[in-house]
Design a protein around this ligand. Structure first.
Ligand code: ATP
Ligand code: MG
Length: 433
């Protein structure tokens, strides 16, 4: 039986057996109080004689048999087990993680720290996000596909590529599955994938990982408006279902979900030029030099995390910033025929300063325009021959988006550091454990 199943008035006085680990331990003269954690992260107090508990240490694995007793004083729900029989699987060596530990130690010992109730709660929320995301695509007729992670070309720019030796050649770890998804829409229609993307992010931020879970989607004949509708429906669906399913975990994390309950379509669309005007009116400064020199933000600038925070600080729902200048976006972004120089592209910014969680838009579908854009950005079109074929053989208007699962989970859980949204984070300074 599991800890939470024991907590039922009908079981009071009945005998149960629960397996798990010693999460907390309080030994007194005659009795000992063991908070047992089961393999789903549920906990229940077990009371046993001090003799029985004598060998126990934190994280020892045990099986407790005893009668259920309802007692308002018992922590974690008012039920406990009066232990009649204790089976010991393993007496744990002195556990290196205590109650208050530095973040660094918790990362060094992540293989153990993932047993904390905080990590368990976050991971369950993450699992719900993944499950409901998949469900949304299934329900809406998108096909799940898998793209390669070993690739030859850059998607998001060369500076964040991880190079690897691939037999006798160089290859890279994928930064995005997008180019491959674009190849698939001609015969498979709307497609989506969930795969790791790798980026050698050199700046240490609370929103960047070197390896993250990338949910990407691409569909033929999708206009920018179709893409934004799909994005806002997906994100709203995931959030509403996750906060229902994981109310307990969110409460454990002290996440007030009042704002999340309001997340439903439509999300506000703010034209890029309007965003710049708002920021200028508020006297917002843009960093223009690596040494940190600043000047007033101008039309043409990319939006930094600080500017994204400023734009969303009072919002409850995400906003879309629509129509960024081509110069700050990758080569594949389609130019807006009505607004030369601007792209048919949008980023979804999560509210309250969480920043970008998706980027999406229409892709350039004309062979000449896209080759010119590649050349302008210093890319060698020869390296993208197969991709250019997609514009040679039956090109159609199309588009899609990419969403960072960890960014979404960070917003939903309200955890400060993106590293806590994954069990084994990879960053510039860490690839272990
Ligand atoms: P940013 O400007 O925030 O660094 P980006 O514009 O480089 O992100 P995209 O190439 O648009 O990122 O990737 C699509 C999505 O993937 C982003 O909206 C974000 O949610 C997520 N993402 C991108 N880079 C990272 C990263 N290093 N760690 C975690 N998530 C990321
Ligand atoms: Mg982006």
């Amino acid at each position: 039986m599991r800890a939470n199943e024991v907590k039922s008035p009908e079981l009071a006085g009945k005998e149960v057996t629960v397996r798990g680990w010693v999460h907390r331990l309080r030994k007194q003269k005659e009795n000992a109080f063991v908070l047992l954690r089961d393999d789903r992260g549920g906990v229940i107090q077990c009371v046993m004689s001090a003799d029985k508990a004598a060998p126990l240490t934190i994280e020892s694995s045990i099986e407790v048999t005893g009668t259920v007793s309802q007692d308002a004083r018992a922590p974690e729900g008012g039920f406990e087990i009066k232990c009649s029989n204790l089976k010991i699987y393993n007496i744990a060596a002195e556990y290196p993680i205590g109650e208050y530990q530095s973040d660094e130690l918790l990362l060094d010992k992540r293989h153990l720290a993932l047993r904390t109730r905080r990590m368990i709660a976050i991971t369950k929320i993450r699992a719900s996000v993944l499950q409901h995301g998949r469900q949304w695509f299934v329900q809406n007729g998108w096909m799940e596909v898998t793209a390669p992670t070993i690739v030859k070309g850059a998607v998001e720019g060369g500076s964040t590529l991880f190079k690897l030796r691939y037999f006798d050649e160089d290859a890279y770890l994928s930064q995005s599955a997008q180019l491959y998804l674009e190849a698939m829409i001609f015969s498979l229609g709307p497609v989506w994938s969930l795969a790791p993307s790798f980026r050698a992010e050199k700046s240490r931020t609370v929103r960047h990982l070197a390896e993250f879970s990338h949910l990407e989607a691409e569909a033929p004949w999708f206009t920018l408006d179709d893409i934004l509708k799909a994005e806002e429906q997906l994100v709203s669906y995931v959030i509403q279902n996750t906060i229902k399913e994981r109310a307990e975990e969110l409460a454990f994390l002290k996440r007030d979900v009042t704002d999340l309950k309001k997340v439903e379509p439509p999300f506000e669309r703010v034209p890029y030029g309007k965003a710049i005007e708002i920021l200028r009116a508020r006297g917002f400064q843009s960093v223009v030099h690596e040494d940190g020199a600043k000047r007033a933000i101008e039309f043409g600038d990319d939006l930094s995390i600080e500017s994204e925070r400023e734009l969303t600080k009072d919002a409850d729902r995400p906003i879309f910033v629509v129509g960024y200048p081509l110069a700050v976006k990758p080569f594949y972004v389609k130019e807006d025929p009505d607004r030369p120089g601007l792209g048919l592209t949008a980023d979804m910014l999560a509210p309250r300063g969480f920043g970008e969680i998706t980027s999406g838009g229409q892709r350039e579908d004309d062979i000449n325009s896209i080759t010119a854009r590649m050349q302008k950005e210093g890319l060698d079109p020869n390296a993208y021959e197969w991709y250019l074929d997609l514009r040679r053989y039956g090109s159609v208007p199309h588009g899609g988006f990419g969403l960072g699962i960890e960014r979404l989970v960070r917003w939903i859980t309200d955890v400060q550091d993106i590293k806590d949204t994954v069990l084994f984070p990879r960053t510039m300074s860490r690839a272990s454990p």
